[in-house]
Design a protein around this ligand. Structure first.
Ligand SMILES: [Zn+2]
Length: 173
C-alpha cells in the first residue's frame, strides 16, 4: 500500500460512518458533526467543463456541483470534493481555475479570497487528485458492501433533498 493509499484508507476508517444508512445528505450530515462545521451543497447549472468545486470559507464549507450532469456524476463530484476536505489537502487559490465572473460572485457572497479545490473535465493529474478519487472509490466499495448502491446509482431523490441546504444561498449562475 502506498502512502497515499494508506492515508485514504485511514481517512475512510476514521469516518466512523455506518454506510448502511448512506445517502449523500446523510453522509454530509455525518461529516458536519465530525468537523463541527457546516457543509453547504449547491447545485448550479455550470458549463459542461466544470464538474464542481469546494470553497473553504470562514464559517462553513461550500461544495458546488454541476446540476447539468447526470445525478450519478453529481454524487461522484460531491464525494470527490468531500475527499479533498477529509484528507486535509492543501487549499488552492480558486482564481487559477474558475472564470472571473464566478470568482467575483464567490468573493461577494462567500469568501474574500476563495480557496479550495476544483474539478474540471480535464483533471490535472496530481497526487491530491488521485487521493480524492481513491477516497471516492473506497466509499463506493463501502456503500456496495452495505447494500446501499442504489443511493449512488439512483441518487436523484437523495440529491433532491439537498435543496434545503442550498435554498437562500442566492447563486444560480
Ligand atoms: Zn479534485
Amino acid at each position: 500500500m502506498t502512502d497515499g493509499e494508506a492515508r485514504v484508507q485511514a481517512a475512510v476508517d476514521g469516518l466512523g460512518y455506518d454506510f448502511r444508512q448512506f445517502t449523500v445528505p446523510h453522509f454530509v450530515k455525518h461529516l458536519e458533526a465530525l468537523r463541527t462545521r457546516d457543509i453547504i451543497l449547491h447545485g448550479v447549472a455550470f458549463d459542461q467543463g466544470l464538474h464542481g468545486f469546494w470553497v473553504q470559507a470562514e464559517t462553513a464549507d461550500y461544495v458546488f456541483f454541476n446540476r447539468r450532469t447526470h445525478e450519478v456524476h453529481q454524487a461522484h463530484h460531491i464525494l470527490h470534493e468531500l475527499g479533498h476536505m477529509m484528507l486535509r489537502h492543501q487549499l488552492r487559490d480558486l482564481a487559477a481555475f474558475l472564470p472571473p465572473e464566478l470568482m467575483a460572485h464567490l468573493r461577494a457572497s462567500i469568501s474574500a479570497a476563495p480557496q479550495g479545490h476544483c474539478r474540471r473535465w480535464d483533471p490535472h493529474d496530481t497526487p491530491e487528485e488521485r487521493e480524492a478519487e481513491l477516497f471516492v472509490r473506497r466509499l463506493q466499495r463501502e456503500i456496495l458492501l452495505a447494500g446501499r448502491l442504489a443511493a449512488l446509482t439512483h441518487p436523484d431523490t437523495s440529491i433532491g433533498a439537498l435543496d434545503r441546504f442550498t435554498r437562500g444561498l442566492g447563486y444560480d449562475g
